[in-house]
Ligand binder design. Structure first.
Ligand SMILES: [Fe+2]
Length: 352
């Protein structure tokens, strides 16, 4: 299976993974033969990619760090909580706690796995999926930093609710594709204070978790907001979530820009080590990201090209690749190389 942009999916292709909407309802099941009208409808609903059997790496399934069921439940939970808060009801913190502990359990049992976040989301459903992904990534970092179970739980609770303050900002500003005016930007920045207020007033939430909402946009060099905190003056939970937040935001389509491929996101993070991000936390995180996720089309230094099959946990830049082409010519039969065992070969290009 391979994740392909909707625009590039041909009618008649078979869906390799179901597509869900933000209510957790399945829109299209695995095995559905895509018709032109389905593709049109998905596009209109804001979906930009899907998993397809493409005849090249159909035997490969994409590894997920958490189970699809855990993801769907967590998305539903954050949706329900935000809905309630929006309607002025009390926040059901127990729901969020359950979602966080389910994610922690999945992550601990898949500890060796690399991050290959592969959800298919509509950008209209961005907030819920984003909250869950940022939680997954933050907890992965927490696990690699040997956090205790309690500490993971406090981190996860703060992170899954980190953007709850956005409910106080008019959606037309949050989703505005154009540049914000100074006043609008100030309103957006205030989602940190709104979120903090909401969490700190809940007796079931520790103050350190509430501070994730307040501090997740602070930058290590003091250039962030709302309080321009600096270095270790920023709570460690917030330094963790800042990396996760940007990683997930850049890896997905938004109404105002296209997603970046994993290696570009990686470059962005590294360029901002010590500036926007805490380098010691970033070092741990980058060992866990799949630089070339499964299905990425890559060209090797000897001119052959193909699709990434599997990650090597030891080294994110040297995955296993199935090769189909030499320059523009098709090879007589596909060849597989494990770049970890072929030090003379390297990936020289990602073909988009
Ligand atoms: Fe935020």
């Amino acid at each position: 299976m391979r994740k392909i942009d909707i625009e590039h999916i041909q009618a008649g292709s078979k869906l390799a993974r179901p597509i869900y909407n933000a209510n957790g309802q399945m829109l299209l099941s695995q095995g559905t033969v895509m018709k032109a009208e389905f593709l049109e409808r998905l596009k209109r609903m804001g979906y930009t990619s899907a998993y397809i059997y493409d005849g090249l790496i159909d035997d490969v399934t994409v590894d997920e760090v958490i189970a699809e069921e855990t993801r769907q439940q967590a998305v539903q939970c954050i949706r329900e909580i935000m809905d309630n808060v929006h309607r002025g009801k009390t926040m059901k913190v127990s729901l969020a706690k359950k979602a966080v502990s389910d994610i922690i359990n999945d992550l601990i049992s898949n500890r060796e796995m690399m991050l290959n976040l592969s959800d298919i989301r509509s950008y209209d459903d961005y907030t819920f999926n984003h909250s869950v992904n940022v939680t997954v990534i933050s907890l992965m970092i927490g696990i690699s930093m040997h956090y205790t179970q309690n500490r993971l739980q406090d981190l996860g609770l703060g992170v899954i609710l980190h953007d709850i303050g956005k409910l106080k900002i008019p959606p037309e500003i949050i989703n505005k594709p154009d540049k914000l005016t100074a006043h609008e930007y100030e309103m957006v920045q205030n989602h940190t204070w709104h979120g903090y207020e909401a969490l700190r007033n809940s007796p079931e939430i520790k103050i350190t978790s509430a501070h994730v909402a307040l501090q997740h946009h602070e930058h290590f060099d003091g250039s962030g907001y709302p309080r321009r905190l600096k270095g270790k003056g920023i709570l460690e939970f917030a330094r963790v979530s800042a990396i996760a937040d940007v990683y997930d935001a850049l890896s997905n389509d938004r109404c105002y820009r296209k997603k970046l491929p994993a290696y570009k996101v990686y470059e962005f993070l590294l360029e901002n080590a010590g500036k926007q991000f805490d380098s010691s936390i970033l070092d741990r995180f980058i060992q866990k990201i799949a630089l070339y996720p499964q299905g990425t089309k890559v060209k090797l230094s000897d001119g052959r090209s193909g699709l990434v099959l599997k990650q090597n946990n030891m080294n994110p830049s040297r995955p296993m690749v199935r090769l189909f082409w030499l320059d523009d010519m098709e090879l007589p039969k596909p060849e597989e190389v494990n770049l970890l065992l072929q030090p003379s070969l390297e990936i020289v290009e990602v073909i988009e």
